[in-house]
Design a protein around this ligand. Structure first.
Ligand code: ATP
Length: 350
């Protein structure tokens, strides 16, 4: 029985993670959930948005299913993390958000975000099947920002050979397993000559060891334009952290929006599965959120755990509910709530 750490999170997080856990439980997968708090609720109840219990649980289970967590905008709000290293020494770090703290502390160096059309999900396109690999550990997301004077702020962008090589190798190996054949590297090396230049050169050189996969490159702004004009022509994308974040939302928009876009983060020791969407405070607590993104995120988790049959059952049930189009949420053109859509998927599996 595989134990899974579940972090319900904030906003729509508790509603959609509940839905995903119920669907997984109904799929026949041999799993047990261990729920731990993180986010604003954890801050209120435990005095910290990222309690040590989260790391204790993940270090044991090695797999987490995470709902979105909210980090206040602006100011100098930071997430402080205190952990003991192997030698028993206390190490203190601080990060701009909970998601970044988790990715960095757990060494989750790559995010994988598929965007594909599902029959029944309204979208401007019909032939999108994209796989996005986002470098997760560096770039402008290292959180080194400061005010130089009252009218000037500065941020530091880090790109390293080691991290780029690691994420490129991961992407190409992942593609090989799925028999995907074309990788496009997104960058801005024409302007960010040293940082993005290093990313592009390292990714291209690493890819030489994978002659079965065609590798091409695009400047990220042109890539965005081409994606919204001809998304069907792209197979897999590899991007540094910031561009990866932005292009992931763009890609979600190509196939029906954030309500349908799943995601996963991988590291050497553990994996954390989280949908692309955030806390969506506008619809939180109203039974309006689409659980599909989180359910597909759980499907990715089950495939990672070699629970392929359970994953197939869920995907088939979800596809049937989408095809029927009755028990779907408002963003998909229906009138069902989060719970009713979840129950319809579970009902299909019976
Ligand atoms: P955060 O600050 O946590 O990123 P946000 O509201 O800025 O939250 P998202 O949560 O990513 O950003 O979502 C943007 C909008 O997309 C939401 O306001 C909501 O209307 C819609 N949305 C996001 N996720 C879903 C979902 N699962 N179901 C339906 N609509 C969604």
């Amino acid at each position: 029985m595989q134990r899974i750490t579940v972090i319900p999170g904030d906003g729509i997080g508790p509603e959609v993670t509940r839905g995903a856990c119920d669907v997984v439980a109904a799929s026949g997968a041999a799993v047990r959930f261990h729920e731990v708090p993180a986010g604003q609720r954890a801050e209120r109840e435990h005095g910290t948005p990222l309690p040590g219990a989260v790391f204790e649980s993940v270090s044991e289970t090695k797999i987490a299913l995470k709902g979105p967590t909210q980090t206040p905008f602006g100011g100098d709000y930071r997430i402080h993390v205190e952990r003991r290293d192997a030698a028993g020494k206390t190490r203190r770090s601080s990060y701009p958000s909970i998601a970044i703290a988790l990715r960095r502390e757990l060494e989750l160096y790559v995010a994988v975000r598929p965007s594909k059309n599902y029959p029944g999900v309204p979208s401007h396109f019909e032939n999108v099947d994209l796989l996005i690999f986002r470098e997760n550990s560096e770039d402008l997301y290292i959180g080194m920002e400061r005010m130089i004077d009252e009218g000037t702020a500065e941020a530091i962008k880090i790109i390293s050979l080691r991290a780029t090589e690691r994420v490129t190798r991961f992407a190409l190996e992942y593609m090989r397993k799925l028999k995907r054949r074309r990788l496009t590297i997104g960058h801005k090396a024409n302007v960010m000559k040293l940082t993005d230049g290093l990313f592009l050169k390292t990714a291209q050189e690493t890819a030489r060891a994978f002659p079965d996969i065609a590798v091409e490159q695009r400047v990220v702004d042109a890539l965005c334009m081409e994606l919204v004009m001809r998304p069907g022509e792209y197979d897999a994308l590899l991007l540094p952290n910031l561009y990866g974040d932005i292009v992931s939302d763009l890609a979600a928009g190509l196939v029906g929006g954030l309500g349908v876009a799943p995601g996963a983060n991988f590291g050497p020791d553990c994996a954390m599965f989280e949908a692309v969407h955030g806390t969506a405070p506008d619809i939180a607590g109203k039974d309006l959120a689409n659980p599909m993104a989180m359910i597909l995120t759980a499907v990715m988790m089950l495939r990672y755990m070699n629970e392929g049959q359970a994953a197939d059952r869920i995907e088939r049930a979800l596809a049937a509910v989408l095809r029927e189009g009755r028990a779907v949420t408002r963003d998909l053109g229906g009138e069902a709530g989060t719970r009713a859509m979840t129950d319809a998927i579970i009902e299909q599996m019976r």
